[in-house]
Design a protein around this ligand. Sequence first.
Ligand code: SF4
Length: 243
Amino acid sequence: MFTILVMQNDDSFADVDVGSIIDEYLNEESRPKTIGAYYPSEIGMCMRRSYYSYFIAKPTETSALRIFALGNNVHEFIAKALKESSTLAVAEEEKPIRINYQDENTKFTIYGRIDDYIETKTGKKIIIEAKSTGDITKVNEPDPKHKMQISLYLAAQKADYGLLVYADKKNLEIKQFKVEYNEEEYKKVMQRFKDLDYHLRNKILPPAEYYFDNKKVWECKYCPYYKECMQALADSNSLENYQ
Ligand code: SF4
């Protein structure tokens, strides 16, 4: 006969707190970033938020770290499945890329990692960027910031095309979108890096992009720099009223 133990939140379970152990395990050291070193995964996000992250290091909240850990598990699972697939000739995980940019005013380097780089047995080379989601039914098209990321990879690594693969964290249901290399998109992404670099080097706060975008303003609620951003907006409003 089995006894079912029902966990209760009382002192009888106080010897081990697994939640705290997980948080300790996930805890990451937050260090300020270096101006001149940029990351494809961040270039589609609100530029003001990226800007702040170079001057004000903030630890990621533990609730977010837990979500990232779940996402990483999904990525690892996809990479393993690709590596073991008999339909592929090559499956490389976490392939590093680097893009150096220089003009008369500045120079910087973009550091990225392609989630999965595969080659089919018929010789098709494909870049895969995997994203986990809480609800795949809401994913009907690629997120523009993920398209920016994969466009950059397509410029840095020879491939026939890219695949943005969304996986539901609850049931591993998959939706995938093909992304072809597009020169215009690449130029647009590089321009964003140049703009970010300009703002950082000259210490000029970029516009609060998401706050003034009806489709993205909801993300401000989760922004670690919400307080600083709102204060800067209030300061600029009072300055305008004064002038
Ligand atoms: S609060 Fe919104 S607009 Fe301001 S930095 Fe964060 S994401 Fe950008």
